[in-house]
Design a protein around this ligand. Structure first.
Ligand SMILES: [Zn+2]
Length: 284
């Protein structure tokens, strides 16, 4: 079949929905198409973690017809998209620039493969991966992943491996646990994985790597004998999924004879942009 260089947004959305079924999303989530005309042609697709101004800048400069983000723009609903708020301005700029916006969030987290599969590979896990918390209706899917390192190594080495495998952000990875303890079986969860601390402990893994861990839950987990913790930046734990999603979408479209151009945004949109080590050498 001859390939064509664009297709309707509705067709791209159908392929995305097949990869990341919206019905898998949490009830509080808001996934799918945020703006865009289902009949508009799509040739260029930009993948990014956050629907923020710098990503819109990149999308419009490149001439993207569609931006696929992990995080939704409007999570709690709105009664206005007026350009009086930063979210409204994003909607206006995208529509004026002819770009649609689509979010795959908790449905991408629990997909097989999903956000945590890409994270697991990025931090060096090899071989088979299984969900840390399997989905009730399909145990092949679920939140987080458990896998093994190719060989046992000290926690400090795994932390260095994870830091090297993840994209760089302002903040370094934080580690809790004896850096010399030997680790091999690792649980990971892209994004804020606080709620899975108990599940990781029950799974008997050596390390749990996630983002946004807080003092009390992390401290109590360690006191209870839980696995070592590695806390990375939220954005960095989800970014590895973008390339995987882009590859899966372009392959699915190519199978139907449709060629689109996909690009992964390199914009670092983590909320934390510096540490005192960067800002004031006396603090280090
Ligand atoms: Zn997230």
């Amino acid at each position: 079949m001859d390939s064509i260089s664009s297709c309707a947004l509705a067709e791209v959305v159908a392929r995305l929905n097949a990869l990341y079924d919206p019905s898998w999303a949490e009830s509080w989530d808001a996934v799918g198409l945020v703006c865009g005309d289902p009949e508009q042609p799509v040739r260029k697709i930009l993948f990014a973690v956050d629907p923020v101004a710098v990503v819109v800048d990149e999308a419009l400069a490149w001439g993207a017809d569609l931006v696929v983000t992990h995080h939704p723009l409007y999570l709690r609903g709105t009664t206005s998209v007026a350009a009086t708020t930063f979210k409204g301005r994003i909607v206006h700029r995208l529509i004026r620039g002819g770009a649609a916006l689509y979010a795959a969030h908790t449905n991408a987290d629990v997909a097989d493969p999903g956000v945590s599969d890409a994270l697991a590979r990025a931090v060096g896990l090899a071989g088979e991966l299984r969900p840390l918390q399997p989905a009730a209706d399909d145990p092949r899917r679920g939140l987080g992943r458990i896998g093994d390192l190719p060989a046992p190594m000290p926690l400090r080495e795994f932390a260095a491996l994870a830091a090297a495998g993840l994209p760089r952000t302002a903040a370094p990875l934080r580690v809790a646990g004896d850096p010399d303890r030997t680790v091999r079986t690792i649980a990971v969860c892209g994004g804020a994985g606080d709620s899975l601390l108990g599940t990781a402990r029950a799974a008997g893994v050596d390390v749990f790597l996630t983002a946004d861990l807080r003092h009390h839950p992390a401290g109590e987990h360690l006191e209870a004998g839980g696995p070592a913790l590695v806390d990375a930046s939220h954005w960095a734990t989800e970014w590895p999924w973008l390339a995987d999603a882009a590859e899966r979408l372009t392959s699915a479209l190519a199978a139907g004879g449709i060629t689109v151009e996909a690009r992964v945004s390199g914009a670092v949109t983590d909320a934390w942009t510096a540490t005192t080590t960067d800002l004031d050498p006396r603090a280090s």
